[in-house]
Design a protein around this ligand. Sequence first.
Ligand SMILES: Nc1ncnc2c1ncn2[C@@H]1O[C@H](COP(=O)(O)OP(=O)(O)OP(=O)(O)O)[C@@H](O)[C@H]1O
Ligand SMILES: [Mg+2]
Length: 322
Amino acid sequence: MQKTDAETICKIQNVSKRFHKHYALSNFTLDIPRGAVYGLIGPNGAGKSTLLRILAALISPSSGEVWFDNDEVSQHSASIQRKIGYMPDFFGVYPDLTTVEYLEFYAGIHKIPRKKYKRTIEDLLELVDLTAKQNELVETLSRGMKQRLCLARALIHDPEILLLDEPASGLDPRGRVELRELVQSLHSIGKTVIISSHILPELAEMCTDIAILQEGRLVASGDVEKIVQRFSANRLFEIRVLDAKHVPAALELLKKQSTMSNITHEGDNLLLAGFDGNEQTLSEIMAALITHDIAITSFAPRASGGRLEEIFMNVTEGSTLS
Ligand SMILES: Nc1ncnc2c1ncn2[C@@H]1O[C@H](COP(=O)(O)OP(=O)(O)OP(=O)(O)O)[C@@H](O)[C@H]1O
Ligand SMILES: [Mg+2]
């Protein structure tokens, strides 16, 4: 079986994971470039957490292999766990420990010498902005603070690879910005970060690559910009008519266009339609609207803020799969 090369830190090869009769992952293959910030995107139940748990060597695949450098995960789980910092999507029950004691406990698990970990913990508490809470019981921290504490815990042994399962959930807007900055700073010092999320535009901003998962399968993967380009053929257009009374005629005309799909009426004067054609067909549609005396005030792709979200919706609906 192939091991990783200089550019690839992790190779996921034909991984399937079955729970009873259900496949959480089916024949999943993906290379993670060294130093990437790799986003895993997919709807609930797509298999993101299952994949991250397999990468963290917490559960074994039913079939297939995962390589980190020259180590296959199921054969070398101890050395993999030294390399990896894993932040789960749940926080469980905390024993009666303060924030600092909690991190000391995990420093102990990783066998970090006491002399060294005091300073490390101070730095980490500062990094995740919990210095003021260091002597509070973990149980009394807010959800967002617990989240940040888990991130500090994942970083305690200075791992090369970070696996973050939905780290942005439960964070307030400031927390999200700080998370993004933190991921960027980890990226800048050469760490590889694999991160799952539902918050797609945010993920796109911080990731170098993304993989889109659905029902345990890989739907698309690669460089963020390339994915956007690949799927932008099916763009979402906003068509605004001058007068709401023209909406029915506009709907009827757009529905006849083979390059338009999922046409919906939003608000008084606004129509939305998926468009999968070229500039020529676009100008023909506009000409047809005008010929039918349907006055249009705008006809444009929906602003790019939601672009990735749209792509994700298109891809997971299967409508643009090539
Ligand atoms: N321990 C388990 N036992 C049985 N089924 C499981 C187990 N873990 C996951 N599954 C199933 O595997 C599928 C994938 O679950 P997973 O948690 O990986 O999805 P996810 O993409 O992380 O979803 P979410 O966005 O909701 O976190 C689901 O159908 C889930 O019910
Ligand atoms: Mg999950």
